[in-house]
Design a protein around this ligand. Structure first.
Ligand code: ZN
Length: 486
């Protein structure tokens, strides 16, 4: 039926009725939800953990009540009855005043949670799977016996500045020592940093001994195979949202909204709990490798060689020759070891930011597009191909990277084993001096990765050599698609 001017009032009335119905429906559901939440949070903590047998189990498709109880709390609100977060004061003068980061929905912790997200970074999803299939008790609490750090790191003055470390918890490795009472009360608090020691065996390092790039000293380089002794720290992300927002010059609301929307609405508390300022994102963290005495790292009297390395699984582990990642990493380790052997210290920080934080799938799509494009894989089109696919050429956003240097108490870097202008600028903007920048030696650059390294140099990466012109870039060509024999 064709619509006419006369239809409008009727249509408007129908639409109005539908809207009224929708509102009624929303009101009913939200009342039901709030009622459910209050009922769940008011009783003693054990009541929320036990399956509620009094509730109907007629819905056979949903048996989650057996694990978690039949009421689902979709989100919480500030000042909700029964919700009473443990105070958290980011940048406080000591760990006790700062307070523990409690993110768990464990029955003893649910009402005192002061953070959004989950422990474990991206591995929280595997934990969920383990619970779902019955391998893990959802109420399991870890036994931390003998897990204390192998080496003392900090505290350093930087830990008590709320702006200097915003992407992880500087006290993440000392929670068992700092929050004994909370742990005794069954609050689910977990370390987000662990520090251990290890020996490293890398086949490349046997070559380093043979070619006398470093010497066996039986303290750091243990033998002719080039085995190394190392102290290492694993760090999970813990974001202090006001600090992260400020680091990127945006407001906290914009950051919260983007995190909510672009994780498919996974974390409603980013919106409903503006009082919770800490978010544990489901992303990879970082690992710090320290050669030599760890206490040298923060000592300004001692020299420091450092490499910040962003994950490249294809090269780092599996030896792909399309980029310089593994050769530069090995060179960084060699130089770090030498510095430690000379009485200073060497540090490698390994960030889980695969493929410039675009991920390996995007990276491989870019490889295909680079190799198949008209004219072949040339350095002048290197960044363009990434931008065409991902919309940006890099999502590592180095602004958060210097946090780890502040955590280690670093105030200057004698030798920075990196050519990246983004890393350099982030570090110096954070007030840490870089005294020397050390590029990868030409002889370590695999032929097919000339495209990458020349494109980067032309875009502003540090070099002690020549900066390629536009014409030169167009001439730098990688292996063709048909040259990859499979
Ligand atoms: Zn790489």
């Amino acid at each position: 039926m064709p619509s006419s001017e006369n239809d409008s009032p009727i249509l408007q009335r129908i639409l109005g009725c539908i809207e009224e119905l929708q509102k009624d429906q929303q009101n009913l559901s939200s009342k039901k939800e709030i009622k459910g939440q209050l009922a769940s949070t008011l009783p003693t903590s054990s009541a929320t953990a036990k399956p509620d047998s009094s509730k109907s189990t007629s819905d056979k498709s949903c048996s989650t009540g057996k694990i978690y109880g039949s009421r689902i709390i979709l989100t919480t609100y500030p000042h909700q009855v029964g919700i009473n977060p443990i105070p958290l004061e980011w940048g406080a003068k000591d760990a006790q005043t700062r307070g523990p980061v409690v993110v768990s929905r464990h029955p003893n912790s649910f009402r005192v949670r002061n953070a959004i997200g989950a422990y474990g970074g991206s591995y929280c999803i595997y934990r969920a799977l383990a619970v779902a299939i019955g391998e893990l008790e959802p109420a399991h609490l870890p036994n931390f016996a003998n897990t204390q750090p192998h080496a003392e790191i900090g505290p350093h003055p930087q830990w008590f500045d709320p702006k200097k470390i915003v992407s992880f918890d500087p006290f993440g490795h000392t929670i068992v020592r700092d929050h004994v009472d909370h742990l005794k009360n069954g609050i689910d608090i977990r370390p987000t940093i662990a520090i251990t020691k290890a020996n490293m065996t890398l086949p490349d390092l046997e070559n380093s001994v043979t070619k006398k790039r470093f010497q066996v000293d039986k303290k750091i380089v243990l033998n002719e195979k080039g085995d190394l002794r190392v102290t290492k720290a694993a760090v999970e992300p813990v974001w202090y949202l006001p600090g992260v927002a400020e680091r990127f010059n945006i407001d906290e609301g914009t950051l919260r909204r983007a995190l909510f929307e672009d994780t498919g609405g996974m974390y409603p508390e980013l919106i409903t709990r503006p009082d919770l300022k800490v978010f544990m994102p489901p992303i990879g963290g970082l690992t710090v490798y320290i050669f030599g005495d760890p206490s040298n790292v923060s000592n300004p009297e001692k020299r420091l060689t450092l490499r910040i390395h962003d994950e490249c699984n294809g090269s780092d582990v599996f030896g792909s020759d399309i980029c310089t990642c593994r050769p530069y990493l090995i060179y960084g380790i060699e130089e770090a070891v030498k510095e430690a052997q000379n009485g200073g210290s060497g540090v490698i920080v390994y960030f889980r930011k695969e493929g410039r934080a675009l991920g390996e799938v995007t990276k491989y799509l870019v490889y295909n597009a680079r190799k198949r494009q008209e004219g072949g894989d040339t350095a002048d089109n290197y960044f363009l191909r990434t931008e065409c696919i991902a919309g940006v050429k890099d999502m590592r956003f180095q602004a958060l990277m210097p946090d780890v240097l502040h955590w280690l108490g670093i105030t200057k870097i004698d030798r920075m084993m990196s050519m990246s202008n983004m890393k350099h600028d982030a570090i110096t903007s954070a007030g840490i001096k870089i005294l020397e920048r050390v590029p990868i030696p030409d002889e370590l650059v695999p032929p097919d990765s000339r495209v990458e390294i020349d494109a980067k140099i032309a875009s502003g990466y540090f070099t002690t050599g020549e900066i390629p012109t536009a014409e030169k870039l167009a001439e730098v060509k990688g292996r063709g698609w048909d040259d990859l024999q499979h």
